[in-house]
Design a protein. Structure first.
Length: 528
C-alpha cells in the first residue's frame, strides 16, 4: 500500500467524523447530513470510489454496532415488550418480504419471483444504527425506543435468512418453503444457544479478571468472535451478538467501576466512528449504482420502479403495525397484562422504518450472475436513501405534531432517583453511625462530618434536579452554586499544575495523574 492509497483510505473516516462534528455542533441529524453530503460527493470528479464490500460490512461494522446497541439496551424492558418486538422483527420482516417481492415482480418486466423476494428480504429490516441514532437524538418515550431498538437488533437475523433462501431459489439451488422454515428455525435457535453459552462463559471470565484494561480489550473482541463462531456453524451471528451484549450489559454492575467507566467511553467513541463511516459510505455508493442501473434501463422507468418499491416498503410497515398492535388485544389476558398503547406512539412506530447499511451489504452480496442484479442494487439503494431522507427528515415534525416526548418519563425518573438516593444515603449514613458507635471513627470527627455532608449533598442534588437546577423563583439552587464554584476552582487548580509542569517542577506523569483526579470530579459535577 503506497502513501496515496493510505491517504484515500484515511480520507473517508476523517471526512465523516468532521462532518458529524459539524452536524452535532449545529444540532442537525448526523446520519442525514452524512448521507446527503456523500450523495453529492459521489458525483464530484476526483473523489475516490469507495466500494461497499458486503463481507467487511457484515464482519467488521455490523457486530460491534449491534453489540454496542445491545450493551446499552435494557434486558428488563425488552422482556416487557417481547411480543411487540417479535411481531416486528419476525412478522413484519416476512410480511414486507412478501409484499415488496410481489409488487416488484408485477411492475418490473422479466424480474423472476425468487429475485423479487430477495429484494423484499433485503429492504425489509429497518437498520439498528439508524434506529439508535434517531432514538437518542429525538428523546422518544422509553417504550417506543425499546420496541424500535429491539426490533432493529433482531430483525436482521430474519431478513438475512429469508434473503439466503430467496437467493438459493433464484440461482436454481432448489429450496422448499418447508426447507426455508427449517433453516430459519435452525439459524435462530443456533444463534440463541451459542449466544447464551458465550454470554455465560464470557460473563464468568469478565467478573473475575478485575482489570479494567484487560476486560475492555476482551469486550472489543467479543462481538467479532460471537458473530463468526455462530456463522461458522450457519447459525445467526446477529442473534448471537445481541444475546451476548444484552447479557453482559445486564450484569455490568458486577464489574469494577474502572471497567464500567472505560467501557462506556470506548463504545461511545467506537460507535460514533463506525456510524459516521457507515452513513458516509451509504451516500458515496450513489454514482456507481446509478451508472450501473442506467446502462440497461430507461431513467424514467427506473424512477417509477424505485418510487413503487419505496412506497410499498413504507406502506407495508404501516399496514402491519396497526393491526398487529390492536388485534392481539382481543385476548383478555393481553389486555390485563399490557397497557393500551397510545395511538400517537403506534403512529410513531409505524413511520420509523429507516433502512441502512445492512440492506446495502446484502444487495452487494447478490451473485454477479443473477439476472437483474444491477437493478436490484439500484432499487435497494432507492429504498435506503428514501427512508433515511423522507422518514428521517419528517420524523421530528411528526413527533412535534403528535406531541410525543419523554418529558413525563424524565420527571418520573428524576423523582424515582431522588427517592432511591434518599434511601441509599440513609443506609450509608446508618452504616457510618454504626462504625462511629463501634469506635472505629472516634478519632476522626472531621472525616465523619465530611462523609455525612457528601452523602447529604448527593441526596440534595437528586431532589433539586426535579426543578431543573433552579429554585422556585428561578434562582440557582445551593447545589448549582456549589457545582459552578467548584468548576471554577478546578480550572484554577489545573492552571497551577500545568504551570508547575512547564517550569519542570513536576513531571508529566504527575500532571496526568492529578489531571485524571480532577477530571473524575468534574465529570461528576457535569452530570446532567
Amino acid at each position: 500500500m503506497n502513501a496515496l492509497m493510505g491517504i484515500e483510505l484515511l480520507a473517508l473516516p476523517a471526512g465523516a467524523v468532521a462532518l458529524a462534528a459539524v452536524a452535532r455542533r449545529l444540532g442537525w441529524p448526523v446520519p442525514l447530513v452524512l448521507v446527503a453530503v456523500g450523495l453529492l460527493l459521489s458525483f464530484v470528479p476526483g473523489v475516490p470510489e469507495y466500494e461497499l464490500d458486503p463481507e467487511i460490512v457484515l464482519l467488521v461494522f455490523l457486530p460491534p454496532l449491534l453489540y454496542a446497541a445491545a450493551l446499552d439496551s435494557s434486558y428488563m424492558r425488552l422482556r416487557e415488550v417481547r411480543r411487540a418486538v417479535g411481531l416486528l422483527s419476525v412478522g413484519l420482516v416476512l410480511f414486507s418480504t412478501l409484499v415488496v417481492g410481489l409488487v416488484a415482480h408485477l411492475i418490473v418486466p422479466g424480474l423472476p419471483l425468487a429475485a423479487a423476494f430477495a429484494l423484499g428480504a433485503i429492504v425489509a429490516p429497518p437498520d439498528a444504527v439508524a434506529a439508535v441514532a434517531v432514538a437518542r437524538r429525538l428523546g422518544l418515550p422509553r417504550r417506543v425506543i425499546t420496541i424500535l431498538v429491539g426490533e432493529s437488533l433482531f430483525n436482521d437475523a430474519t431478513a438475512l435468512t429469508a434473503y439466503r433462501v430467496a437467493i438459493a431459489a433464484a440461482t436454481g439451488q432448489g429450496v422448499s418453503m418447508f426447507g426455508g422454515a427449517l433453516e430459519f428455525l435452525y439459524s435462530a435457535a443456533g444463534g440463541v444457544v451459542i449466544g447464551l453459552a458465550l454470554a455465560w462463559a464470557l460473563g464468568w471470565i469478565l467478573e473475575r479478571i478485575r482489570d479494567a484494561l484487560v476486560e475492555n480489550t476482551i469486550m472489543l473482541l467479543i462481538p467479532f468472535g460471537s458473530y463468526m463462531l455462530a456463522e461458522l456453524v450457519h447459525a445467526s451471528g446477529v442473534i448471537s451478538v445481541v444475546i451476548v451484549g444484552l447479557y453482559i450489559g445486564h450484569r455490568m454492575y458486577r464489574t469494577g467501576f474502572g471497567t464500567r467507566l472505560l467501557s462506556d467511553a470506548v463504545w461511545r467513541v467506537l460507535s460514533f466512528l463506525l456510524e459516521a463511516i457507515v452513513f458516509a459510505l451509504i451516500g458515496l455508493q450513489l454514482h456507481a449504482i446509478v451508472v450501473a442501473g442506467l446502462r440497461t434501463e430507461e431513467p424514467w422507468a427506473l424512477a417509477g420502479y424505485a418510487a413503487a418499491v419505496f412506497v410499498t416498503a413504507v406502506l407495508a410497515r404501516i399496514v402491519w403495525v396497526i393491526p398487529a398492535t390492536y388485534l392481539p388485544r382481543l385476548s383478555r389476558r393481553i389486555r390485563e397484562r399490557e397497557p393500551r398503547p397510545p395511538g400517537r406512539q403506534v403512529a410513531v412506530i409505524s413511520w420509523a422504518g429507516m433502512r441502512g447499511v445492512v440492506s446495502l451489504a446484502a444487495a452487494f452480496a447478490i451473485p454477479d450472475d443473477l439476472p437483474g442484479r444491477n437493478l436490484l442494487l439500484f432499487l435497494t439503494f432507492s429504498v435506503v436513501i428514501g427512508t433515511l431522507l423522507v422518514q428521517g427528515l419528517s420524523f421530528p415534525m411528526l413527533l412535534r405534531r403528535l406531541k410525543v416526548s419523554s418529558e413525563r418519563e424524565i420527571y418520573a425518573d428524576n423523582l424515582a432517583e431522588a427517592g432511591a438516593q434518599q434511601a441509599a444515603a440513609s443506609a450509608g449514613l446508618a452504616r457510618l453511625e454504626e462504625l462511629v458507635a463501634d469506635g472505629v471513627a472516634e478519632l476522626h470527627a472531621d472525616i465523619v462530618a465530611q462523609l455525612r455532608s457528601k452523602s447529604e449533598r448527593r441526596t440534595l442534588n437528586a431532589w433539586e434536579r426535579l426543578g431543573g437546577g433552579t429554585g422556585p423563583e428561578g434562582e440557582e439552587t445551593p447545589s448549582a452554586v456549589y457545582r459552578r464554584l467548584r468548576r471554577e476552582m478546578l480550572d484554577a487548580e489545573r492552571q497551577v499544575f500545568v504551570r508547575l509542569r512547564n517550569e519542570r517542577r513536576i513531571d508529566d506523569e504527575v500532571l496526568r495523574r492529578v489531571m485524571q483526579e480532577l477530571d473524575f470530579e468534574e465529570a461528576i459535577l457535569e452530570r446532567p
